[in-house]
Design a protein around this ligand. Structure first.
Ligand code: KG4
Ligand code: ZN
Length: 341
C-alpha cells in the first residue's frame, strides 16, 4: 500500500481550489475564481467571496477528481487551508472539508496558506533542498523565510514587510493608474511597452541600517506611484502609463530580488524559491534569474498556475504531513484567519 490520495481545498481569498496529490505527485486539480465579481469594487469583498465558495466548492472538488480520473471513494485524506485569510471565506472551505472527511471516514489536516505556497513548487520541481530561502510574495504577504524540512522543522522568518505587501503595492498603484483589477497582471502587461528607467521610484530599505536588510516596506513606493500619477493629472499632462508601470515593476522586482539573493548569501544557502501571486510577474522572474545565476544560486519558481492560490498546493502540504506521520486535526478544528507561520 502506497500513501493515500490527499484532497487539498483552498478558499482563503477569492479562488476556490481543489487538488489531488499522492507521494509528491499532482494527480488532478480544478479552480474557480470570483475575481471578476470583485472587479468593480477594486478589491476582494469577503461576503461575495464566501458566497462564491459555497457555490463553487463541490463542483471544484468534482472537477479535480474528474481531472485525476478518480472517484470520491479514492480520497484517503483531506487537507484544508485554516488560515491566514478572510474568515468568512476560510469557513466555507473548512466546513466542506470537515463534511467530506467525516463522511469518508478519512483524516483531516489543517494547512497554513503560506506553507501551501512554499510546497507548490515541490509539485513541479520535486522535494525542496534543506535548507532553502523562500521569498513569498502575494497580495497579503511579503516574507523571506529560511526553510529546512517544511513539516518537521520550524520556519525561520528572515524578514517581513513593515506595511504593505508587494502585491498590494501593484494592486493599489494600478488602481490609481486606472488599470483593471487585479492590478499586478495589468501592470505586468502595461509595462511591456515602457522604459523601466523612466521614473526614479525609490527602493525602500535597501540602504542604511543592517537591521533592515531583509525587511520590506512598500507603502512609500505605493505613495510615490500615486503622487507621480496625480502630478501628471494636475498639470493636465497625459499619463505615460507604460513608463510608470515599467518603472514601478522594476523598483518592486529590484527590491525583492536584491534582498532575496542577499539572504541566500548571508545564510550560505544555494537555492532560492520564489512563490506567491507576485512570482508570476515577468520582471520579478527575469531579474531573479539574472541575479541568482550571477551569484551561483539555483532559482526555483513554480509555473504560473501553481504561483497563485490553488488547491494543489494545500494537497501538497497535506501529502507531506501524511507521509511525516503528523497528527490529523480534530473535526472541531477552527479557522485561524491571522495564523502565524
Ligand atoms: O498568492 P495570490 O494569488 O493571493 C494571495 O494569497 O494574496 O496573490 C495575489 C497577488 C495580487 O496582488 C496580484 O496582483 C498579484 O498577486 N499578481 C501579480 C501578477 N500576477 C498576480 N503581480 C504582479 N505581476 C503579475 N503578473
Ligand atoms: Zn496566496
Amino acid at each position: 500500500m502506497g500513501s493515500p490520495v490527499v484532497l487539498g481545498i483552498e478558499s482563503s481569498c477569492d479562488e476556490t481550489g481543489a487538488g489531488l496529490v499522492r507521494d509528491g505527485r499532482l494527480l488532478g486539480r480544478a479552480l474557480a475564481s470570483s475575481m471578476a465579481e470583485h472587479a468593480r469594487f477594486g478589491g476582494v469583498v469577503p461576503e461575495i467571496a464566501a458566497r462564491a465558495h459555497v457555490h463553487a466548492l463541490t463542483p471544484v472538488v468534482r472537477g479535480a477528481l474528474a481531472d485525476a480520473g478518480l472517484r470520491t471513494a479514492d480520497i484517503g485524506a483531506v487537507a484544508v487551508t485554516t488560515g491566514p485569510g478572510l474568515s468568512s471565506a476560510l469557513q466555507v472551505g473548512l466546513a466542506g472539508a470537515k463534511g467530506l472527511a467525516y463522511a469518508l471516514g478519512v483524516p483531516l489536516y489543517g494547512v497554513h496558506h503560506l506553507a501551501g505556497h512554499v510546497a507548490a513548487d515541490t509539485l513541479e520541481h520535486g522535494p525542496l533542498p534543506d535548507p532553502c530561502v523562500v521569498l513569498i510574495v502575494s497580495g497579503g504577504h511579503t516574507s523571506l523565510l529560511l526553510v529546512r524540512d517544511l513539516v518537521r522543522d520550524p520556519i525561520t522568518h528572515l524578514g517581513d514587510t513593515l506595511d504593505d505587501a508587494a502585491g498590494e503595492c501593484f494592486d493599489k498603484v494600478a488602481r490609481v493608474f486606472g488599470l483593471p483589477y487585479p492590478g499586478g497582471p495589468a501592470i505586468d502587461r502595461t509595462a511591456r511597452e515602457g522604459d523601466p528607467r523612466a521614473v526614479p521610484f525609490p527602493r525602500p530599505l535597501t540602504t542604511g541600517a543592517p537591521a533592515n536588510r531583509f525587511t520590506f516596506s512598500f507603502s512609500g513606493l505605493k505613495t510615490a506611484g500615486a503622487r507621480w500619477a496625480e502630478a501628471h493629472r494636475a498639470a493636465g499632462r497625459p499619463l505615460p502609463l507604460a513608463d510608470g508601470a515599467a518603472s514601478l515593476q522594476e523598483a518592486i522586482a529590484d527590491v525583492l530580488t536584491r534582498k532575496a539573493v542577499a539572504a541566500c548569501a548571508e545564510h550560505d544557502v544555494r537555492t532560492l524559491v520564489v512563490v506567491g501571486g507576485v512570482a508570476a510577474n515577468s520582471r520579478v522572474r527575469s531579474l531573479a534569474e539574472e541575479r541568482c545565476s550571477a551569484a551561483g544560486i539555483t532559482l526555483r519558481v513554480p509555473p504560473l498556475r501553481l504561483c497563485t492560490d490553488n488547491g494543489a498546493m494545500i494537497a501538497a502540504v497535506g501529502d507531506l504531513l501524511v507521509r511525516a506521520g503528523a497528527e490529523p486535526a480534530p473535526l472541531d478544528v477552527s479557522i485561524d484567519p491571522s495564523a502565524p507561520l
